[in-house]
Design a protein around this ligand. Structure first.
Ligand code: PEP
Ligand code: MG
Length: 754
């Protein structure tokens, strides 16, 4: 047998010291990675050390090497499962191959010039359960790697994985790409999908040319005329684009702004100080923006984009350039719109058929423009700083909004990869459509009820697939789109529309869950240190009883003669639930007393999101008609881990035995009490997690409508009994997560997990 590498000649301590030193040096990510692989090769006394980084779509990209041809860096790609490095990634465990070439999985990549190297060992780079890449070493001589050497490599792998996921490499892609002339820029995908096209930079109007005017009267006239032209323009958008309720509400708000007397008075006053109409619009626009920027309320901050859109629109008319502002003629047919920020009306200025994707510096899920874009299904990425400076007009762009990546001047490999992913997504969609009339039933015939979470009218049709009901209607979402608290009549109309759109399917209306990150502009909150655990949700509506009563009345009236289900969020104690239920009972009595037509049936449920309620279920269950588990909040409170904090939000896995044991306890106690129990947190919409819930005994899930297809495909490929037996054995393990075990179970049993 050939001689193995002498582990006693390797000083792990020294390697750790050197790695630590590298982590504090001021290096570009690429230089840091180069130094890491050189260090490992030298200290491990091997001829080659290479680092492959995991890319979306189960791809590994060679990002640094010591020993292989450096020209292969960013040119060599392997699929997870392809070649020996791919095998290490697939199996997620260290592997060593004394005679790499003799192995059936070996794949030769000529550009690496690796012909000279005979043996290979590698470790997966994993952090928080996520595969980040593979660290591989190779030797010229054919030789085994002892267990001790593999252990050393594993320790190094742990540190490298830690470094890769830290701030040291956060912007790695941008820097790495600068050397290749290409860039991958990471943002946040808000509307998933893929797109390839040419950049069109959206710019707002520049500074006004003339600041001062003599004829004040004339300037006021110009201002009023421009405002009226904008009004006509917005009315035209409203009349010609077929918008749903929530979209048109946004433009109605624009109209209110245009006609706002306070705003007009401020501009007129500015003109009276001697400014031109343009300068006045700009001055007042900036003042309002500055004031809005000082507010901590995210809703108000998002309205800044709408205001800026409006200001720039008025300015264009003042410059008599409104016609030119129509961008249609200059746009390529495959436009990727790039903007610092944008209002929905600005978006409407473009020929929407030509927009294949959007990249924004500023954006969030609840921003109006994003809401409008979502219903048009245009992939959108936000959160890229200085994006309009990084990207220029006409640049070639590939967008992977599913993973939040923008590729600037992408390589052919990247394009192939993305188009493959886009094709895969298309194939999957076709598969889901084919299944649409088939029942959601497991292989051993356990039926699973698939419901959707909704809140905006487009949610009801977003997945384009059938569903059993609306398992969670988040009533706070329509409230967020209005400028003032909707009165009982407006609310009744909103809820009635939902019931009509849902046809005969059951709808579970949740009472207002405001507070924390969901703030209403017209509902002032005091600043709180911990708003997620503060005065929110049922705590607030029980204190503001009129608000709750108004809403309950609206539910009752909207569902007159129909079935009605209502649930209360963030219930922490049984008396809290009783108080909420008592309020509903009073409203029912009042409706009856005034001769109003009541719903045919009324079911009253509680959300389970606060851990304290778990220990009160025995008392609570006899008093509720159903339970719905909000796993988003339940995990955050069980693990004391803020769901909105990017540094820690995925530190604890809902697939940990601890959390799963809680879920199992709940489903079992509910079953014994004959109380239906479902899950409506994000977890229910992810195939692997949904599979696990089914294994625990859940038969009702409520999810984002776009998850319906994948979850149904999973349900139809799983055997509940087998999975449940397997899961029961795993639940006693003392590990951070069962994700890997469950993933392998799914793969071994042919269960579709996306
Ligand atoms: C949850 O907490 O899981 C839930 C469904 O409610 P929301 O996400 O609206 O807080
Ligand atoms: Mg919640």
């Amino acid at each position: 047998m050939s001689e193995s590498i002498r582990h006693d000649k390797i000083s792990v301590r020294q390697i750790m010291r050197d790695l630590r030193e590298l982590s504090v040096r001021d290096l570009t990510p690429e230089a840091r990675l180069d130094k890491i692989v050189a260090l490992v090769a030298r200290k491990m006394r091997v001829d080659v050390c290479s680092c492959y980084i995991a890319r979306p779509g189960d791809i590994l990209e060679l990002c640094a090497t010591f020993g292989l041809d450096k020209r292969a860096v960013h040119e060599t790609f392997l699929r997870v499962g392809e070649g020996l490095v791919g095998e290490i990634a697939l199996q997620r465990k260290p592997l060593m191959f004394e005679d790499a070439w003799a192995h059936s999985s070996f794949v030769y990549k000529p550009e690496t010039k690796e012909k000279a190297f005979k043996s290979l060992a590698g470790v997966p780079l994993i952090r928080s359960n996520k595969l980040l890449g593979v660290l591989a070493v190779q030797t010229r001589k054919k030789q085994p790697f002892s267990d001790e050497v593999i252990e050393i490599l594993e320790t190094i792998g742990l540190v490298v994985a830690e470094m890769l996921s830290s701030h040291l490499f956060k912007k790695a892609e941008t820097v790495l790409a600068q050397t290749t002339g290409r860039q991958k820029i990471e943002g946040t995908g808000l509307i998933s999908g893929f797109a390839v096209g040419r950049a069109v930079i959206h710019k707002r109007l520049e500074q006004p040319v003339q600041l001062l005017a003599k004829d004040t009267q004339k300037e006021v006239q110009r201002l009023l005329q421009a405002l009226s032209q904008v009004e006509q323009e917005v009315n035209k958008i409203l009349a010609t684009s077929h918008m749903t309720g929530s979209q048109s509400d946004i433009f109605e708000t624009y109209l209110m702004f245009i006609k706002d007397k306070g705003w007009i008075a401020k501009m007129t006053k500015a003109i009276e100080t001697g400014l031109t109409a343009e300068a006045a619009v700009q001055k007042v626009g900036e003042e309002v923006t500055d004031r809005m920027e000082l507010m901590t309320d995210p809703y108000i901050k998002e309205r800044i984009h709408d205001l800026q859109d409006l200001v720039s629109r008025v300015m264009r008319h003042l410059h008599r350039r409104a016609k030119k502002a129509k961008h249609g003629r200059k746009m390529p047919h495959n436009t990727i719109l790039v903007a610092q920020s944008m209002g929905p009306a600005e978006l409407m200025d473009y020929d929407l058929k030509k927009i294949k994707g959007i990249v924004l510096e500023e954006g969030s899920q609840t921003m109006h423009m994003v809401i409008v874009t979502r219903s048009m299904n245009i992939p959108l990425i936000c959160g890229i700083k200085n994006v309009t400076e990084i990207i220029s007009n006409g640049d070639s762009i590939a967008l992977d909004a599913t993973n939040g990546n923008v590729y600037l001047n992408p390589s052919d490999d990247t394009l192939d990869l993305l188009s493959e992913q886009a094709n895969r997504q298309r194939r999957l969609r076709a598969k889901y459509t084919q299944m649409k009339d088939l029942p959601a039933i497991t292989l051993d015939e356990v039926p699973v009820s698939l419901n959707i979470n909704a809140g905006l009218s487009q949610d009801l049709t977003a997945g384009n697939l059938p569903y059993d009901g609306i398992g969670l209607y988040r009533t706070e979402l329509p409230f967020m789109l209005t400028e003032q608290l909707p009165n009982a009549k407006t609310q009744t109309d909103i809820y009635r529309r939902v019931l009509i759109q849902a046809k005969d399917k059951p709808v579970i209306f949740r009472t207002l869950d405001i507070g924390s990150d969901k703030v209403l502009p017209y509902f002032r909150h005091q600043a709180e240190e911990n708003p997620a655990m503060g005065w929110r949700s049922i705590r607030m509506t029980l204190d503001r009883r009129a608000l709750l009563r108004n809403q309950l009345r609206a539910f009752l009236r909207a569902a007159a003669g129909r079935d009605l289900s209502i649930m209360f969020p963030m219930i922490a104690t049984v008396p809290e639930f009783r108080e909420a239920k008592k309020t509903l009972m009073m409203e029912i009595e009042q409706e009856q007393a005034r001769g109003g037509r009541l719903p045919k049936s009324i079911r009253i449920g509680s959300m389970l999101e606060v851990p304290s309620l778990i220990f009160q279920l025995e008392t609570l269950l006899p008093e509720v008609d159903f339970i719905s588990i909000g796993t988003n909040d339940l995990t955050q409170f069980l693990y004391a881990s803020d769901r909105g904090n990017p540094t820690i939000w995925n530190r604890y896995d809902p697939l940990s035995p601890a959390f799963l044991r809680v879920l199992k306890y709940v489903v079992e106690i509910c079953r014994k009490a004959h109380v239906p129990c479902s899950v409506c947190g994000e977890m229910a919409g992810r195939p692997l997690e949904a599979m696990t819930l089914i294994g625990l005994g859940y038969q009702s899930l409520s999810m984002n409508p776009t998850s319906l297809g994948a979850v149904k495909a999973m349900v139809r490929s799983v055997n509940q009994r087998e999975l449940s037996d397997y899961l029961n054995q795993q639940l006693s393990l003392s590990v951070d997560s069962l994700r890997e075990q469950l993933r392998i179970f799914a793969l071994d049993h042919g269960i579709f997990i996306g």
